[in-house]
Design a protein around this ligand. Structure first.
Ligand SMILES: Cc1cc2nc3c(=O)[nH]c(=O)nc-3n(C[C@H](O)[C@H](O)[C@H](O)COP(=O)(O)OP(=O)(O)OC[C@H]3O[C@@H](n4cnc5c(N)ncnc54)[C@H](O)[C@@H]3O)c2cc1C
Length: 460
């Protein structure tokens, strides 16, 4: 296995469970890829360098089956969306409570979301599929037409936009609505928790499961050419695979043509106290969406998409230390926030991000003890899979959602026998769920079995 991100570790575990001798080679000194937590600011403060909020991990059948030793912390509410007038809309675990806050749009929200939550976790079973046709059609839509046709209040539309913007797509592009629906359904079905002690705990739990199965992990071990092994799974970017593997020219060209997504600009803070939200209910949520109105969030995403980030970018903020006291010294806090920027963008967005927090939490700046900022270049230096700061392993529009990085039913396979791609640049894409790694491992194991069952004369 090349790389020890969540997909690499999940894939390695599946291979080891099938009885293979597995070695993981990780370029960086710490294992975990996007799950690493380190001290970025002051002693005693733990920061998640990339991923922090893990609805996809708790929803993942792969991680669930492994019975990992992770203490999941659930904030009172998954997410909050404050407005300039000091009010807020929350995504609550309970559908009724959430709908209750949405006023005139409460019934429309229930109608949209309830069938999906009720069918969880099997929305793709044939019967459910028929019953859910309308909801699933909405999932392939763009956020703007869906919000404008379903919701009457500007507040509900703005709230919905915050979830849709996780797609890193303009809200007028498909399937940005699907990202919102998925995150809302997860909020009700499983919550938006995080591991006590930092995301690193999830990586460590995966690593110890792998070691129990006999697997080995080598850190500070960058792979620059294909290892000599029967099966090689690569938790790497398509470009990195093209760099290290002698791929046929045509396939290598397809990998080079794979489209990158937006980058991220991220700031971590060590704080003297909790964030002083104007709407105090924001302190009930682990994640806070800072973007104001639908039009502002839309303009922010278009800005990043078209190369000119907005003056008031949409900011995604996590405040895990409010619910997990192990992340900061007594009375102190951490916060994690990022906005979307053009891929490879080189300007400093710290001031714009902090202004957005200050807008909804006057006095925030006075609580900052230390900060650490990472633009696309620093993110890529931290983890070479984050090409140009791209946090989803490639654009997740309709063209690259199901077929990534190439148009094939099993895009994990490469033309090289025994070599598979298993990073977030394969289906189902970005996020911490391990499904790319697991699926690639299953394909590899099936191919291996077929190879050995074939009569000798027909083997290549
Ligand atoms: C700022 C930010 C915030 C995010 N927030 C969230 C969130 O809250 N929730 C969520 O679910 N997701 C989040 N994500 C996305 C999530 O982190 C990724 O989708 C996920 O980590 C992808 O997992 P992976 O295993 O495919 O790759 P990665 O986690 O990127 O791991 C790949 C590993 O492979 C190693 N590697 C690459 N090439 C080589 C080589 N040649 N030799 C050896 N090792 C190599 C890398 O060093 C790295 O450790 C966030 C990402 C970023 C950047």
């Amino acid at each position: 296995m090349i790389g020890s991100g969540p997909n690499g570790l999940a894939g390695a575990i599946e291979l080891a469970r099938a009885g293979l001798e597995v070695e993981v080679h990780e370029a960086e000194p710490e294992l975990g890829g996007g799950l690493r937590s380190v001290n970025l600011t002051l002693p005693g403060f733990v920061h998640d360098v990339c991923s922090s909020i893990h609805p996809l991990a708790v929803a993942s059948p792969v991680f669930r089956d492994l019975g990992l030793d992770v203490d999941w912390v659930h904030p009172d509410a998954p997410a909050a969306h404050p407005f300039d007038d000091g009010t807020v809309l929350l995504l609550e675990r309970d559908i009724g409570e959430t709908a209750g806050q949405l006023g005139v749009d409460g019934a429309a929200y229930r109608e949209l979301i309830e069938p999906l939550v009720e069918s969880w976790p099997y929305p793709y079973a044939p019967r459910a599929f028929l019953e859910l046709r309308a909801s699933l059609r909405s999932a392939l839509a763009a956020a703007r037409p869906l919000a404008e046709s379903r919701f009457r209040s500007e507040r509900t539309r703005a709230w919905f936009a915050g979830f849709a913007a996780h797609s890193l797509l303009p809200l007028e592009r498909r399937p940005s609505a699907g990202f919102a629906l998925a995150l809302l359904v997860l909020g009700h079905a499983v919550g938006w928790p995080f591991p006590r002690g930092g995301s690193q705990r999830l990586a460590d739990a995966l690593a110890s499961r792998l070691r129990e199965l006999g697997g080995e992990i080598h850190v500070s071990s960058p792979v620059d050419e294909l290892p000599n092994a029967e099966v090689v799974l690569a938790d790497v970017s398509p470009r990195e695979l093209a760099r290290i593997a002698p791929l046929p020219e045509r396939y290598a060209a397809l990998l080079q043509a794979y489209r990158l997504g937006l980058g991220a600009f991220k700031v971590d803070w060590a704080l003297d106290g909790p964030i002083p939200w104007r709407a105090p209910e924001c302190a009930r949520a682990g994640t806070v969406h800072l973007g104001g109105s639908f039009e502002e969030i839309s303009a922010s995403e278009w800005g990043a998409w078209s190369g000119r980030p907005a003056a008031k970018p949409f900011v995604l903020l996590a405040q895990t230390s409010l619910f997990d006291r192990s992340r900061a010294p007594e009375g102190k806090h951490t916060a994690w926030a990022y906005c979307h920027v053009p891929n490879g963008f080189a300007e400093d967005m710290t001031e714009r991000i902090e202004a957005q927090v200050e807008r909804f939490a006057p006095g925030f700046r006075e609580r900052i003890l230390a900060r650490h900022a990472m633009g696309p270049a620093e993110l890529e230096a931290h983890n070479r899979n984050l090409v140009g700061g791209d946090l989803n392993g490639g654009k997740m529009d309709l063209g690259q959602l199901f077929f990534r990085p190439v148009r094939s039913l099993l895009p994990y396979r490469t033309p090289l026998r025994g070599v598979y791609l298993c990073s977030a640049s394969t289906p189902p894409g970005g996020g911490v769920h391990g499904l790319c790694g697991y699926s690639a491992a299953r394909v590899a194991l099936r191919d291996e079995r077929t190879r050995y069952r074939r009569p000798r004369s027909s083997s290549p």
